[in-house]
Design a protein around this ligand. Structure first.
Ligand code: F6R
Length: 601
């Protein structure tokens, strides 16, 4: 989703902006632009497509002591140069980049800006025209910015430049993520720390409703009522090497390969020999819960479906898994002993965040499990746990999914032990996670075979199905999402027994059906469902495990404790999706229309 950078100081602003925008590419975007200002004049450059194109379009003469940049993921208006940010006022004095959505922009346009000719179809342009409107009435830039913000409804992270004042950048935040980066010869702003980590590891968080005046050697933060806030930087522990692709063509394959290491890291961190590394307060609070809700979106929601089964088995506490975008607006009756787990790779998903805001208003306890320390969901929850997956750059989530299952297993095991649950006591989680890491390794070592299967099954196919029962059904939902989001093959994850209640009519000659067979109670039934689709011409690929395998199953995973089997069994689906996308010539890491960090509802 949209990304913002801004830099002010005695540095190579242009280089830092472009580098920062490249680091934000992973979030997903369709156009980009920069505005650079300084003694040698000001420059606005915008392009549709990749940052490399923008870089080529910026001539060598362009330079300055301040600049703002943006990657746009279209919400209002098509991806065109006109709609790309920065947007500017008609008098070409003010330039603005924006992440978020202003919901009352049409109303504001009508009320204040009826005489203005607009260059774009965006909500953002209304904001920058309003700043200019109020400045033309005699307000200072800061006053005009504040006045504009007081009229806005919706979400925003803004960086505003005034061409007549290259000494300051005006910044505001509400609901959309934004950080300040503090350097030796500069100060910066960015949507996430990754954008500036090559230049500084000192960052300042911003809260909703705050406005900042950013200068080369100073930053002033004001709250909604204009009161100055003192806030010191914190150190971000992110190794720039971790965000490099190394020898891989795509981050996705690198991240798939990293999964055994992620599982081992989680086990070592949370379940080391000496002690269990879980907050005592968190444990006590969860032990009193009578109902746990897991709230998430997309892949994280699918990881929650697996987590539900693990937590219920090991703790006996009932768990509901909820789609954040639905749950927040249709809250059920909640009992006081409810406990909320927010699962989110990015920690910034707006759908999940709106639920957390409501939960906080009700004073209910929450835990955010995320890959990004200090992200919004991290900061705003009662308790926090890190996924420890390392930065995930490819839009299609892989290692964060397995990390989410592993961390939920840690929570379930520790809580279950605390509650004296017999199943928890019997589970040697360290051992199982170690087996899982080995099992994942065994699958990634077979990638050449899986590549061939991917070509055999998906070449020239536009529809596919994953089928399974129980935990395998949860796995099917994730496997189907992986395949469809990067290959654009329409794929459904289906409960194997449900197919015959309507959907089986879609099975035609050679329709790929991938069946998961790990659920020991229903193996025979699912084998029966395989026969049914084969009888209708389906091309069936079976992913099973050593205990349940038959001789002609194409992919056989190591068997581990049934509750943790998805950790291994998801990996063939990730690889099948990767190679299907590659074969179609798609941009595997940045599939069309998708964003890594979904910061609008
Ligand atoms: C799919 C994918 C998305 C995310 C979803 C939630 O591969 O990555 O479905 O899982 O957008 O994002 P987070 O986990 O950051 O809250």
């Amino acid at each position: 989703m949209c990304g913002i950078v801004g830099v002010i100081g005695t540095v190579n602003t242009k280089e830092m902006l472009i580098d920062g925008l490249k680091k934000l590419e992973y979030r997903g975007y369709d156009s980009a632009g920069v505005f650079i200002n300084g003694n040698q004049g000001s420059h606005l450059v915008k392009e549709v497509g990749k940052i490399a194109k923008l870089e080529d379009a910026i001539s060598n003469e362009v330079g300055g002591t301040m600049g703002i940049g943006h990657t746009r993921w279209a919400t209002h208006g098509k991806p065109t140069v006109e709609n790309a940010h920065p947007h500017f006022s008609s008098d070409e004095r003010f330039y603005l980049v924006h992440n978020g959505v202003i919901t009352n922009y049409e109303q504001l346009k009508e009320t204040y800006l009826s005489g203005i000719e607009f260059a774009s179809q965006t909500d953002t342009e209304v904001v920058v025209q309003l700043v200019s409107y109020f400045a033309n009435q005699g307000m200072t830039t800061l006053e005009a910015f504040k006045q504009t913000i007081s009229l806005l409804e919706g979400s925003y992270a803004f960086a505003l430049a005034d061409k007549e004042n290259p000494e300051q950048i005006f910044v505001a935040k509400n609901k959309s993520p934004l950080l300040l980066g503090i350097g030796e010869d500069f100060n910066a702003l960015c949507s996430d720390a990754m954008a500036m980590i090559n230049y500084t590891n000192q960052f300042v968080e911003l809260h909703d409703g705050e406005i900042v005046i950013l200068e080369a050697d100073n930053y002033e933060i004001y709250d909604q009522s204009g009161v100055a806030i003192e806030r010191s930087p914190y150190e971000v522990d992110l190794d720039p090497k971790e965000i490099s692709k190394g020898t891989y063509d795509y981050y996705m394959l690198k991240e798939i390969d990293e999964q055994p290491g992620v599982i081992r890291r989680i086990s070592e961190f949370y379940l080391s020999d000496e002690q269990v590394n879980l907050d005592e307060d968190l444990l006590n609070k969860m032990a009193t819960a009578k109902q746990i809700y897991i709230v998430a979106a997309g892949t994280s929601y699918h990881a929650g479906l697996v987590g539900k089964r693990i937590i219920e088995e090991l703790t006996d506490i009932p768990v509901n898994v909820e789609l954040a975008s639905e749950f927040g607006y249709h809250l059920p009756k909640l009992i006081d002993e409810s406990f909320f787990i927010f699962l989110s790779q990015s920690g910034e998903t707006a759908d999940s965040r709106q639920v957390l805001v409501k939960i906080n208003e009700m004073n209910l306890p929450s835990l955010t499990v995320t890959n990004v320390k200090d992200s919004t969901l991290w900061r705003e929850a009662t308790y926090q746990m890190q996924l420890l997956a390392g930065p995930e750059i490819a839009v299609a989530s892989t290692k964060a999914y397995v990390a989410q299952i592993a961390v939920q297993a840690v929570i379930a095991k520790v809580l279950g032990d605390h509650l004296n649950n017999a199943t928890a006591k019997q589970l040697d989680l360290r051992e199982e996670l170690s087996l899982a890491a080995n099992g994942i390794q065994a699958i990634v070592d077979q990638k050449d075979d899986i590549e061939k299967l991917s070509y055999e099954f998906f070449t020239n196919q536009n529809h596919a199905f994953y089928i399974g029962r129980g935990m395998d059904y949860a796995l099917c939902l994730e496997a189907a999402l992986k395949l469809k989001e990067i290959s654009y093959i329409h794929t459904e994850g289906f409960a194997a027994g449900e197919l015959k209640h309507g959907t089986i009519s879609l099975i035609e000659d050679k329709t790929p059906v991938i069946a998961y067979l790990n659920d020991q109670n229903t193996t025979g039934l699912t084998r029966g469902n395989i026969e049914e689709v084969q009888a209708r011409g389906a091309h069936v690929l079976v992913i099973s495990n050593q205990d349940d395998a038959q001789s002609d199953d194409q992919i056989v995973c190591f068997t581990i404790n049934e509750l943790l089997q998805p950790l291994i069994s998801v990996v063939p689906a990730q690889l099948l999706a990767y190679y299907a996308s590659l074969q179609r010539g798609n941009d595997v890491d940045q599939p069309r229309s998708l964003a890594k960090s979904v910061t609008v509802e």
